[in-house]
Design a binder for this molecule. Structure first.
Ligand code: C2O
Ligand code: CU
Length: 493
């Protein structure tokens, strides 16, 4: 292991488990399921690809950048020198061709979060592709099959807790378009350059180990969150950003009074869930994780890390505070929606909507056109989430990522994952390459790729195993993921 950092070790060991090289790093044999062939991956892509589909070309450079936080200039890492990075936008069925140049001092990759794409473009170094070294380039090319609000970020180390994230918007050619105006809202917890570095935060968590691992800081210091069933997290961030800007320099979304505004909200934070509201307005939730739901109108909603929600708002006249409170923590992100004259709301505005009707996952139903056909599962996997007790490790089925036993599935199966959270913290569980359907309600729940599992909660999700490959399943708390809470959903046929 000489010269191999812990985080490289985690990635390399993951590779051993899924059949792509790097066995030499781990020094011991790994379970090696027979993965799908490159031909199976190519076939799945061929089924998605429409003849004559347009190709959408973008150039992305991951590299050092300067971010101006209300006058405080910080050096960070970003795509194309902006935070968030440039929005990538195409139509469903089109091909994205993204050329990534790595100008970071460490290796990287891009993961296209939420997209049911071909496995070899999924951007997990050591599992779906080789790491892209400093100075290296890689071309991602894949069909984006489903419309929706997605984002992209690296899948290496702590890079996501810097500025390396950007929205990915896939338009629906058949979109009813019942809105006049659209705004993408990307939320983030920020420390780079203004507080401890992500590496220092990680070291702090490792030292705290079991003492604080259960989230006692959040529970005792700040009261935690009823919605999240405990602590909001283990880390207080010095800043929370909305579209790359802190509350003292809020971005303004402008539209006409009476306009129907579509908000596309992305939680790109590493360790923070957000509670979102627009003062004086109600939110009609239309999509979660890109997938349409039967619309539900609420005052406020909570987004875990990696989750996205789209909501429609009919705008009043004036200036309204768009607040995203760090759930169970202190502070939050802030923006302004302005349709007319009027004083800019205060950055510490606490609109009544925040304490109003809260969206409940259990009330969401997939829109019929995306609901999976009713079917009994062919295979079930229990996914036990634990950690935070005796040490700083976070595990799935008692194992950390370097030691994980892949969850096997067969092509064409209906698979049920039963998440069982046996820890005292919430975990936004994310599956690559698929959109599962949340079970347990009176009818078919929403299609999602990231779902909050609360402390001591059990939650079942069903998926159609129709996308061959090796797919990561992990907590989207970046520090939990790095401390082991990741495994692989592995196609064996
Ligand atoms: Cu956005 Cu593996 O995740
Ligand atoms: Cu977690």
């Amino acid at each position: 292991m000489a010269g191999v950092s812990r985080r490289q070790f985690l990635v390399a060991a993951g590779a051993g488990a899924t059949g792509l090289a790097a066995g030499a790093c781990t020094g011991r044999p790994k379970p090696r399921p027979v993965g799908p062939s490159a031909a199976a991956v190519a076939q799945a892509e061929a089924r998605r690809h429409k003849p004559g589909a347009a190709t959408h070309q973008v150039d992305l450079v991951a590299g050092p950048a300067t971010l101006d936080l209300a006058g405080t200039k910080v050096t960070t890492w970003a795509y194309n020198q902006t935070v968030p990075g440039p929005a990538v936008r195409l139509r469903a069925g089109e091909v994205l061709r993204a050329e990534l140049t790595n100008r970071l001092p460490e290796s990287t990759s891009i993961h296209w979060h939420g997209v049911a794409l071909r496995n070899d473009m999924d951007g997990v170094p050591g599992v779906t592709q080789p790491a892209i070294p400093p100075g290296g380039r890689f071309t991602y090319q894949f069909t984006a099959p489903d419309p929706g609000t997605f984002f992209f970020h690296p899948h290496t180390g702590l890079q996501l807790d810097r500025g390396l994230y950007a929205p990915l918007l896939v338009d629906d050619p058949a979109e009813p378009g019942a809105y006049d105006h659209e705004a993408v809202v990307v939320l983030d917890d920020w420390t780079d350059g203004v507080g401890a570095s992500p590496e220092q935060l990680q070291a702090r968590l490792q030292q705290q180990g079991g003492m604080m691992g259960g989230g006692m800081m959040g529970m005792m210091g700040q009261g935690g969150s009823q919605t999240l069933g405990g602590a909001g997290g283990q880390l207080d961030y010095p800043a929370y950003l909305l579209n790359g800007r802190p509350p003292s320099d809020p971005p303004t979304i402008r539209a006409k009074p009476g306009a129907r505004l579509r908000l596309r909200v992305v939680n790109a934070a590493a360790e923070t869930a957000f509670r979102l509201a627009l003062g004086g307005h109600r939110l009609t939730v239309t999509h979660t994780d890109g997938m349409p739901v039967r619309p539900v109108t609420v005052d406020t909603l909570v987004l875990g890390m990696g989750e996205r929600y789209d909501a429609l708002v009919t705008l009043g006249d004036g200036a309204a505070p768009l607040v995203a409170v760090a759930e169970g923590k202190r502070g939050g992100a802030f923006g302004v929606v302005r349709t007319g004259a009027g004083a800019t709301p205060a950055a510490d505005a606490h609109p009544a909507e925040l304490d109003g009707r809260l969206l409940d996952l259990a009330e969401l139903r997939a829109a019929p056109r995306v609901s999976l056909p009713a079917r009994q599962p062919d295979r079930r996997h229990r996914v036990v989430l634990s950690g935070g007790m005796m040490d700083a490790r976070w595990t799935i089925n008692g194992r950390t990522a370097d030691d994980a036993v892949p969850l096997t599935v067969g092509q064409g199966e209906r698979v049920r994952l039963l998440f069982a959270n046996q820890s005292m913290m919430f975990h936004p569980m994310h599956l690559h390459g698929h959109s599962f359907q949340v079970q347990g309600g009176p009818g078919p729940g929403p299609r999602k790729d990231t779902v909050i599992v609360r402390p001591m909660e059990q939650l079942a999700v069903d998926l159609a195993a129709d996308n061959p490959g090796q797919w990561m399943l992990h907590c989207h708390n970046l520090y939990h993921q790095q401390a082991g809470m990741m495994t692989t959903l592995s196609y064996v046929s």
